[in-house]
Design a protein around this ligand. Structure first.
Ligand SMILES: Nc1ncnc2c1ncn2[C@@H]1O[C@H](COP(=O)(O)OP(=O)(O)OP(=O)(O)O)[C@@H](O)[C@H]1O
Length: 336
């Protein structure tokens, strides 16, 4: 069942032109000239219940704008958008009971209150029964290791602690969808890992659908099986992480340790890129044979002791995708 249906959605921002200087400000008031910017252009996709989807794109691609439309904060300029069967900006209050929202750069917490008081306030606002509130809070407190700072005022928390509180808060009322905008921004590796693991558990065990924007590809790899990539307002990829990797990341590095230096090696499919005598590194381009076949052929001929295969990491796959998009854009402009 799909819980989000986006059909031909466009969002254009209209900004009134400002003229420089004091006289210019007066002129701006009387001549209302404006410029339009299309942040989201004719985008369509649907998301099923229980999915975890990464929404990616370079800066200014229109990710936050789309999240804001899905959560009902912004109204699309055209196209149709339904979340949980409702038009988000019309049923904002009703939908908010079924949604959790975390904006990495903005807080929903009370700065001067102890963490626990913010949770209590949330319980009151959402009128949560004590038993539901307790069991959800216990689940989050344990998995996000929050017990040591529950009585601290929010302003004294580290960024990683605050982010854990924000995420816990967004889940207390048992939403069906969790929207996260850059949830791991600025965090250290350990804090990132803990949040990723937690979100995966929430998706797998509690079946909460997750829609997440991030610039950190490791977030996507750890949490999402599907990703939607946007660029300059357009949707450029919608599919699995592994499919994109197969499309673009077709290189694998193979490092082989030999019992003794076998000298020059000729094996079809493998190109030598580093030679340290007994340890040689090759580049394997995916083709009709598999890397395992290549390595076994090599092992039959040479004194192979050990082999390790490294797949291209997802960051470099995405970098390639962005480079391709830039290249296409340049070609389009040259033709035009
Ligand atoms: N309130 C606004 N008024 C005018 N233009 C806006 C407004 N908000 C966003 N934009 C423009 O719309 C485009 C898309 O912005 P958006 O914030 O959705 O991108 P993003 O993909 O979330 O970027 P980032 O990764 O930098 O957060 C940008 O060019 C931005 O300048």
């Amino acid at each position: 069942m799909s819980i989000i249906e986006v059909d031909g959605v466009t969002k254009t921002y209209r900004q009134y032109k400002r003229f420089p200087g004091l006289l210019g400000s007066v002129r701006s008031l009387f001549t209302r000239q404006y410029v339009e910017e299309t942040a989201v252009r004719d985008i369509s996709f649907s998301i099923g219940e229980g999915e975890a989807v990464g929404y990616l794109g370079p800066n200014g691609a229109g990710k936050s704008t789309m999240i804001k439309m899905m959560t009902g904060i912004l109204v699309p300029t055209s196209g149709s958008l339904r979340v949980l069967g409702n038009i988000p900006h019309e049923k904002r209050k009703q939908n908010s009971r079924e949604m959790g929202v975390v904006f990495g750069q903005r807080s929903q917490l009370w700065w001067d209150l102890p963490v626990m008081d913010s949770f209590d306030l949330h319980k009151y606002v959402y009128r949560l029964p004590e038993s539901q509130f307790r069991s959800n809070l216990d689940f989050c407190t344990e998995l996000l290791s929050m017990s040591s700072f529950m009585q601290k005022p929010v302003r004294q928390l580290s960024l990683g602690q605050r982010m854990r509180v924000e995420i816990a808060m967004s889940l207390l009322h048992e939403p069906r969808i969790l929207f996260l905008d850059e949830p791991t921004i600025g965090l250290d590796v350990i804090a990132k890992d803990q949040i990723r693991q937690f979100l995966r558990t929430v998706n797998e065990e509690k079946k909460v659908s997750i829609i997440l924007t991030t610039h950190d590809m490791k977030d996507i790899e750890a949490i999402c099986s599907r990703m939607i990539v946007v660029n300059k307002g357009n949707l450029v990829y919608d599919g699995s992480v592994s499919h994109l990797r197969n499309q673009l990341g077709n290189e694998q590095r193979v490092t082989i340790d030999f019992r003794f230096d076998p000298g020059t090696i000729e094996t079809p499919g493998l190109t030598l890129i580093q030679d340290n005598g007994v340890r040689k590194t090759f580049l394997f381009e995916r083709s009709h044979t598999t890397v395992f076949e290549c390595v076994s052929r090599l092992a039959a001929q040479y004194p192979v002791e050990d082999a390790s295969i490294e797949t291209e990491d997802i960051d470099s796959v995405i970098r390639k995708l962005y480079q391709q998009l830039d290249q296409k854009e340049r070609e389009r402009r040259e033709i035009g």
